[in-house]
Design a protein around this ligand. Sequence first.
Ligand code: SF4
Length: 650
Amino acid sequence: MGKNLTQRILQSHLVQGTLKPGQEIALRIDQTLLQDATGTVAMLEFESLGIDSVKVELAAQYVDHNLLQVDSRNADDHRYLQTACAKYGVYFSPPGNGICHQVHMERFGMPGKILLGADSHTPSAAGVSVLGIGAGGLDVAMAMAGYPYHLDCPKVLGVKLTGRLSEWVSAKDVILEMLRRHGVKGCVGKIIEYYGPGVKNLSATDRETIGNMGTELGATSTIFPSDDNTRKYLEATGRGDAWKELSPDEGAGYDEYDEIDLSSLEPLIACPPSPGSVVPVREVAGVKVDQVIIGACVNSSFRDLMVVGRTLEGRHHHQNTFLHINPGSRQVLENVVHYGGAISLLKAGARIHQSGCLGCVGMGQCAGTGQVSLRTFPRNFPGRSGNKQDMVYLCSPETAAASALKGVITDPRDLSDEMDYPRIEDPPRYIIDDGSIIAPSGELRKTEVIRGPNIKLLPAFSPLPDSLRAEVVIKVGDDVSTDAIMPAGNEVLPFRSNIEALSGFVFFQIDPEFSKRARAKENGVVIAGENYGQGSSREHAALAPRYLGIRVKIAKSFARIHRANLCNFGIVPLVFRTPTDYDLFNNDSKLVFHRLKEHIERGDREIPVKVNGKEVITLLQVSDRERKYLLAGGALNYVKTVVSKSGDIS
Ligand code: SF4
């Protein structure tokens, strides 16, 4: 049987292992991506590896998350990143230039490459047939240093697309349909590959939207064939040379199958509190809307903003509904200005903001008490907006525009009585603006790295003890996100390179006393339900708890990136063999892990733990390499003490 496209790309980058689902493989990485929320610590980690310049084909650093400069800390971090990029040979995209995924696709994405990004939405790169994988900052720092990236070989879910999207239905509705079918855990351990005759009816930025929110399904990545639409997009962005055709082999098969007839889709919406709570828009039509925000890396392209501009042309948003526009990049905004979309948006009363993540990561744009916010963003985890009681719905730009006009959630097809659907084509040639990106050069390599006073050294962690006595510090339920473990927002993010200060916010929204209690115990344990650590790739959700003394987390299941981050920082990720054992654990339960080190060294899968005197069996489902990280007290310890001597990362 021929290979599907995922297998072809993985095979061409395979440096270790075989492509058997579930077995650990190691991949050569072509490009890396850092953003500023995760990138400052990742850059510190890269520096601590003692490498004099990056070893990948292209490394890029974006400043898009933490744009507020209310005191010196963020500006200090931005200067640190800029100077470190200059010294180590990394492209630097400054604040205001755009969201990492949008800018990377515009300027650097090349079909067939593998991009490792310290951001969970790195699979947005599917827009130009790049296999984008989100990972923790340390994994990306190691890739920048030339080490391969290890992961369990995913299954490939082939999704056959047929038909063409109807008027007022767009790419966001395709990925919301996937979420409606599969939920937020349905694609864990899988790469989603779209194929079939419907693919040609989706533009590169449509595919970017679908790839982006594959992350919300738990998928490792998403890929589309590279075809004429890919070529047109690359040529329109002045990078036609980067194009090459890519498709699955004739007769290729997949591990699992699904099929979507694009013509059959209708406008969909994800209701609070999860991207997986998807219903048809018509089922919630009429709910009063206080705020509409169009933007974030999933829906901030030229098409997305232009369709809103054309829909609002000659009208004003409803007087009770505030309207925000967050462009994906400076280049997108310039093109929307050039093609007349911006004037329609301004006259419609929209607040057009600088390009960046903004309200998507709680950097402003928080809705008021009891207010409903309708966003084109990828996530609506509780509290992510900055308000614990937030009511955030996720929808397409079309649904957002219609709702902004009417002041209530509105099926955009209802506008057909008033106007024609403004189908937007990409321009044949975008206005190109890469003037703000600072490219590496020999001259810049002499730059001195400037570190502000808020940038602290990474904490040192001890190796795993022979046995461990610990207490449960917190017990949480299912689907706890990394936002809930380590919140973002304008109060917290300025501390991202100061782990001591940052650790005071761990679990802050669930339990403000958590960090105090954790510090008071010698060793701490977190107990969790299913899909623990879903969402953002932020490694701070492992690093800061480790700083507070958390040595073990026991869950019914873990999200992929978070489990890897736990191993990277020496926290043992255990899974209940019998899920109902979860009920035996409570806050302050006393636990004993006898001969924990010996179990891990010996390769045992079953790890016993005594809870209040009763023995429970848990499972350690990690690779041999991750066992070494756990024993060493974290990946950095392991790399520095073992690999740097032998040069062997295997
Ligand atoms: Fe930024 Fe939101 Fe996209 Fe994350 S999901 S990269 S915070 S826009």
